[in-house]
Design a protein around this ligand. Structure first.
Ligand SMILES: Cc1cc2nc3c(=O)[nH]c(=O)nc-3n(C[C@H](O)[C@H](O)[C@H](O)COP(=O)(O)OP(=O)(O)OC[C@H]3O[C@@H](n4cnc5c(N)ncnc54)[C@H](O)[C@@H]3O)c2cc1C
Length: 386
């Protein structure tokens, strides 16, 4: 279909990637976000090759390679620092044809914003939509209205447009743990600079991976009740307690991060839900399938959504609603499987059943590295650009 006008709600990874893909397809795209200033939520993200390939397809491969960290090896260690397993990532890279790239979220956001040729209209909070036979209208709190042939609802995990699509409100589900994440200067005392290092023990994790600019993206995961007040003044003390007795690099990491530049999300997911589309409105990204980050796939799935949606719109002449239905069929199958798998993995890592977590620790010590890379490869190659 030609000459479509598309309204996108949300300028996160999903909304921006969709905006770029749809504009490149020749459509007129307007992106709206409720915030006054776009700031990334969180410090870093690992983009696996299924996400990176979407960016390559959109002509952003070189720019991505500049901001991505070079990660050649994964290393699992016990909490006291003994090596459990070391996994060469080259077999995976050769199998799927692309490197994964850990990246600082701010760099990724800048890259996507620069690549979107239109304007992102900030301070526009969408409060509802209405459809008729010829299009869809979005209504904003400030009185503005935007009309398009279709609307992409990339409004994140607490999407109000999901309620419109499903006809009921779905509460995100707590994943059972809190995550602290930030950036620190890379230092050999913390980890080798081309490694993704993961310390595991007591159902917790502490991890570092390289991003561009000689920095590590780090995170700590601790299973805790939700609702504990967050206060940067106490992050270091809390983490020193949670990780008391852990290996020296972890203690050094806690010493050196800036707590006021650290994000501390309580991890949630959504779904699986069986509908991503109603009429001319399509959910995309976390609004459809927010995912526990234990597979590093939430943002990658939003990128896949963007490509698949664009392809269906471009390659049919049967109308917008037909294209969106096809998008829904393909993406519910793929992304819902990832949501379920990631939740299972979150439970395995974070001690939902302590026996299962202990089995995972035991397995890490004896697992063949190629078993690990084959499992990751399987997830990546189940995407649209396999
Ligand atoms: C700790 C953590 C680590 C992660 N690690 C990874 C990883 O390694 N790899 C990976 O691929 N993914 C990862 N993810 C997942 C990834 O961050 C998300 O899947 C991705 O950011 C979702 O993008 P989105 O655009 O769908 O939503 P969001 O980034 O949430 O964007 C939604 C946007 O919509 C706007 N908005 C909301 N409501 C309205 C409204 N009513 N009107 C207008 N605008 C509105 C918001 O302001 C926001 O800008 C991680 C997530 C977490 C929490």
């Amino acid at each position: 279909m030609d000459n479509l006008k598309i309204v996108v709600i949300g300028a996160g990874i999903g909304g921006l990637t969709a905006g770029i893909a749809l504009t490149q397809a020749g459509y007129e795209v307007e992106i709206y976000d409720r915030v006054r200033e776009l700031r990334p939520v969180g410090a870093g993200i690992s983009l696996w090759p299924n996400g990176v390939k979407v960016l390559n397809r959109l002509g952003l491969g070189d720019r991505m390679a500049k901001i991505g960290g070079i990660m050649n090896r994964m290393e699992y260690r016990t909490k006291t620092g003994e090596l459990l397993n070391t996994i060469d990532l080259m077999p995976l890279i050769h199998e799927v044809g692309q490197r994964p790239y850990p990246v600082a979220r701010r760099d990724l956001q800048m890259m996507l914003l620069e690549a979107f040729p239109g304007e992102v209209k900030l301070d526009h909070k969408c409060i509802g939509v209405e459809e008729d036979d010829t299009g869809v209208t979005a209504f904003f709190e400030n009185g503005h209205k935007a009309r398009g042939d279709l609307l992409v609802a990339a409004d994140g995990i607490r999407s109000i447009l999901r309620t419109y699509v499903l006809g009921e409100e779905i509460e995100p589900q707590y994943g059972g743990y809190i995550n602290w994440n930030g950036l620190v200067p890379a230092d050999e005392e913390l980890a080798p600079q081309d490694h993704w290092v993961i310390y595991v023990g007591d159902h917790k994790r502490a991890s570092m991976m390289p991003v561009a600019g000689d920095r590590f993206y780090f995170f700590f995961d601790v299973p805790l009740f939700k609702g504990i007040p967050a206060n940067p003044d106490t992050y270091k003390t809390e983490l020193k307690e949670h990780f008391a007795g852990w290996a020296k690099p972890i203690q050094t990491l806690i010493e050196c991060f800036d707590p006021y530049a650290v994000a501390r999300p309580e991890i949630h997911d959504v779904g699986p839900i069986d509908r991503y589309v109603k009429g001319r409105v399509a959910l995309l990204g976390d609004s459809a399938h927010a995912t526990c980050p234990d597979m590093g796939q939430g943002g990658c799935q939003a990128m896949e959504d963007s490509l698949v949606l664009t392809n269906y719109l471009m390659t049919t002449n049967l109308g917008v609603e037909y294209a969106l239905k096809r998008y829904e069929m393909e993406r519910t199958e793929r992304a819902n499987a990832v949501v379920q798998k990631a939740r299972k993995r979150a439970e395995q890592i974070h001690g939902k059943d302590p026996t299962v977590t202990q089995q995972w620790y035991d397995q890490l010590a004896i697992e063949k590295p190629t078993d690990v890379t084959n499992a990751i490869t399987k997830v990546i190659t189940a995407g649209p650009l396999h």
